[in-house]
Design a protein around this ligand. Structure first.
Ligand code: ATP
Length: 241
């Protein structure tokens, strides 16, 4: 069952020059919850993950993590403090092997190349395909395998909060099933996850709660099972009924 809030975003505003990407949004994630933020292209989903990870600075508002305000905390410290971001686009090092890609994701606290062997074993048990492809160049993996690799790399840091930006993007439906099965198992094992997705059906099906983001504002939120059958959903998401 969800516990106290691990993350609480309050009145978060982010601007890129004159563009207001987030117009004062508030949301929370309880310990152990899988929360999704869905919305169309340009809604501000990536910006939210970048702000929580400390990569883009808020113009206003607060991001509280584990009870403390993250304002001004450098991104590399935020990672050390337990927030890992899997950014959009499956950024692997194509010429490096799966093993080398995983090792390059070792937590900054341990230093590069100092992977915790127990964590590595656990991650390879979750993603058996990566064990099979351990010595293959990451660039030779399929899109779904690369998505698993970047999630595995983030998990090696043993994050308390995992941020995932559009893990389904560009994947075939069966591969999306596989990736989302893995996310569901991670949540069942207690991992707290913020999932940002354009794929509303998949996100609603897998998450505990959902926020609908449009043009930088949250227009609807609630238990995912309720939103999936809410007559107001289509208008909130697409802007028409
Ligand atoms: P997508 O699914 O396309 O990634 P998104 O919901 O993640 O969309 P963001 O990438 O967060 O949306 O973008 C939110 C808004 O901010 C958009 O209007 C976008 O054009 C704008 N934006 C994003 N990054 C920048 C930037 N570096 N400079 C200027 N404007 C930006």
């Amino acid at each position: 069952a969800p516990g106290r809030d691990l993350l609480a975003v309050e009145g978060l505003q982010v601007n890129y020059g004159p563009v207001q990407a987030l117009r004062g949004i508030s949301l929370s994630i309880g310990e152990g919850e899988l929360v999704s933020v869905i919305g169309p292209n340009g809604a501000g989903k990536s910006t939210l993950t970048l702000a929580v990870a400390g990569i883009v600075p808020p113009a206003a508002g607060h991001i509280r993590y584990d009870g403390a305000d993250l304002s001004g905390r450098p991104a590399e410290r935020i990672v050390r403090d337990g927030i890992s971001l899997v950014p959009e686009g499956r950024h692997v090092f194509p010429a490096l092997t799966v093993e080398e890609n995983l090792i390059a994701g070792a937590t900054p606290a341990r230093g590069r190349g100092n992977v915790d062997p127990a964590a590595l074993e656990e991650v390879l048990a979750t993603f058996p395909i990566l064990k099979e492809r351990y010595r293959s160049a990451a660039g030779k993996l399929s899109g779904g395998e690369q998505q698993q690799l970047v999630i595995a790399r983030a998990l090696l840091a043993k994050p308390r909060l995992l941020l995932l930006d559009e893990p389904s993007l560009g994947l075939a439906p069966l591969v999306i099933d596989l990736v989302f099965d893995i996310l569901a198992r991670m949540r069942d094992a207690g991992q707290t996850i913020l999932l940002v997705e354009q794929n509303a059906d998949r996100a609603l099906a897998i998450s505990d709660r959902t926020y609908v983001l449009r043009s930088g504002a949250i227009v609807l939120s609630g238990a995912s099972a309720d939103l999936a059958v809410d007559p107001a959903f289509d208008e909130a998401y697409f802007g028409f009924a």
